[in-house]
Design a protein. Structure first.
Length: 291
């Protein structure tokens, strides 16, 4: 990584932000391509989010990612949001325009589908119902992506029913809200199970879910990537289910942001535009997780 007085700057805002491995991901690309730039973690309290985002142009930042708990709040702050972010109701990628305006988009759905396509090439969204646990910013993006990919039904399970119902009403389509208390029953006949909550994250609360009714061929994926193999993925793998961990989603959702912030600094706008996630990149992120 090279830094000069004209370095391109980007980062990730969250509260807390120490769990994010986006700095390791972008740092690997910056070093590999010799880009004069940096991608830094920015710990921002929710009440300071707007002030922090408005400071980006003044500090010379090309943009930022926003992670929990800021994704939905950021949508109301940016000066412009594309149709996808507006539909989802959450922003995870912000770029600073030439006029200093903040432009928001959401790349979580793209990252989620790309992760499944590379981790489980035979998986098809149209194969059957998908069960999605959670109704936050990431879940909203995932549900929208699954609907667009042709999922015939989404069974949405969240601890707060009203939040799930809001997501269903906003996105429309074949979405059925299921009570958290009967989440195990929602797995019957499903072809995909997605944990889009933070349950199972290292240091946090566990995800209590009986997989007994999930069909043997159903794919199980978890957007939590610390630990890499969550208790859900370990249990699913033990029962013979194909599984996909959450690191690939992190890496793939970062690709559009790289293009916005650093792509012009690389000849031919190269960089992580190849749809393949390289072993070296994955290894760099996993090594960072072990530190």
């Amino acid at each position: 990584m090279t830094l000069s007085g004209t370095a391109r700057l980007a980062g990730v805002m969250g509260w807390p932000v120490g769990h994010s491995r986006s700095p390791a991901c972008h740092g690997h690309w910056l070093a590999h391509y010799g880009v004069d730039g940096a991608y830094v973690p920015l710990s921002v309290r929710p009440e300071n989010l707007e002030m922090a985002l408005r400071a980006l142009p003044l500090l010379g930042f090309a943009g930022v990612n926003v992670t929990v708990p800021h994704k939905e709040a950021a949508l109301a702050i940016v000066d412009e949001a594309d149709a996808l972010a507006t539909r989802i109701g959450a922003v995870n990628t912000i770029s600073v325009g030439a006029d200093g305006g903040l432009v928001g988009t959401n790349t979580d759905g793209f990252g989620f589908l790309e992760n499944l396509r590379h981790g489980a090439p035979s998986w098809q969204a149209a194969a059957g119902p998908a069960v999605v646990l959670g109704a936050g910013g990431a879940a909203r993006a995932i549900v929208a992506a699954l609907l667009d990919a042709g999922a015939p039904e989404i069974r949405l399970v969240n601890r707060t029913v009203a939040r799930a119902e809001n997501l269903r009403d906003v996105l429309a389509g074949p979405i059925r809200v299921e009570p958290w208390a009967t989440r195990a029953d929602a797995l019957a006949g499903a072809s995909l199970l997605v944990n889009a909550t933070t349950l199972g994250m290292a240091g946090g609360d566990a995800l209590d879910l009986d997989l007994g009714q999930l069909p043997a061929a159903a794919l199980v994926t978890d957007i939590v990537y610390a630990p890499l193999e969550t208790p859900l993925l370990a249990a699913a793998r033990g029962l013979g289910h194909p599984t996909v961990d959450g690191v690939g989603m992190l890496l793939h959702q970062a690709r559009p942001g790289w293009r916005l912030w650093f792509g012009e600094a690389v000849p031919g706008n190269a960089g992580p535009m190849d749809p393949e996630v390289t072993d070296a990149l994955r290894e760099a992120v996993l090594l960072d997780m072990d530190r």
